[in-house]
Design a protein. Structure first.
Length: 255
């Protein structure tokens, strides 16, 4: 008589347990998604039911808000363009050029990633505010207290400082993953430096450029902490006040 074979676990019970664990892991992400994205989007969609479609059309019908929107678009495009150019140059250099202290330099360049927008706004004020470093030096040279922190230039520098580390990290990783055999093949065929950049580097880095550009542009369009910090400073600009007023009107105003 042959010995009894050991009992095997039922496949159905194992599958149910695995499915239960999967849902247990997904549930916090779903709750976070619903609380911080889905509910605000539903509120924005339902807003005209309470206050009318004029709540949205005010952006296009009033010059104050329309100018603010256009300035924000131009500011975001300028920040995105310069961020991609500088980020590509610095990231490729760091990836292709080993030198002493490289890791420390990378850590310092990516440090702004840990700062919120409000802190970066205060940095700009310390640099270009009425009591900032540049204003103090300009006053000492007899040029008056030159300030730039409370206008579009201050926002541009703040967003550039905030976005550049992302571009540098992205381009550095992409440059390290590039196939150098393509460059060697291009050089062996007599390609110049410009042709290598155009025919090898640009296609290889195109996905990184597209993804990084989208992130930087969205951040520049929607990052509100820096604009809020600068607008609440001692000097207000109509641009920052318009952004504050528009957001408050769309999200908080109630009849």
């Amino acid at each position: 008589m042959s010995p009894a074979s050991p009992a095997r676990p039922r496949t159905g019970d194992a599958g149910a347990t695995q499915l239960l664990w999967q849902w247990a892991c997904i549930a916090p992400a779903l709750a976070f998604f619903a609380a911080f994205w889905l509910l605000p989007i539903v509120r924005l969609i339902a807003l005209p039911a309470d206050q009318g479609w004029g709540t949205y059309f005010v952006v296009l019908t009033q010059a104050k808000y329309l100018n603010s929107l256009l300035n924000t678009l131009l500011l975001s495009l300028a920040v995105t363009t310069l961020t991609l150019v500088l980020g590509a140059a610095v990231g490729i250099y760091l990836a292709r050029t080993p030198f002493k202290g490289r890791r420390m330099l990378v850590a310092m360049l990516t440090l702004p990633l840990s700062f919120p927008g409000v802190i970066i706004g205060f940095f700009v004020i310390l640099l270009g505010g009425r009591q900032g470093v540049i204003a103090t030096l300009a006053d000492a040279l007899g040029l008056g207290r030159w300030t730039f922190a409370y206008g579009l230039l201050g926002l541009f520098l703040a967003y550039l400082y905030f976005s550049l580390p992302r571009a540098i990290a992205a381009y550095e990783a992409a440059a390290q993953a590039m196939d150098r055999a393509l460059e060697e093949a291009a050089r062996s065929l007599g390609a110049s430096r410009w042709h290598i950049i155009r025919d090898v580097w640009v296609p290889e880095l195109a996905p990184t450029t597209l993804a990084c550009g989208a992130i930087v542009f969205a951040t520049s369009m929607g990052a509100f902490g820096t604009a809020f910090t600068l607008a609440r400073s001692e000097e207000h600009t109509s641009e920052l006040q318009s952004r504050l007023h528009l957001v408050c009107r769309l999200l908080l105003e109630k009849k």
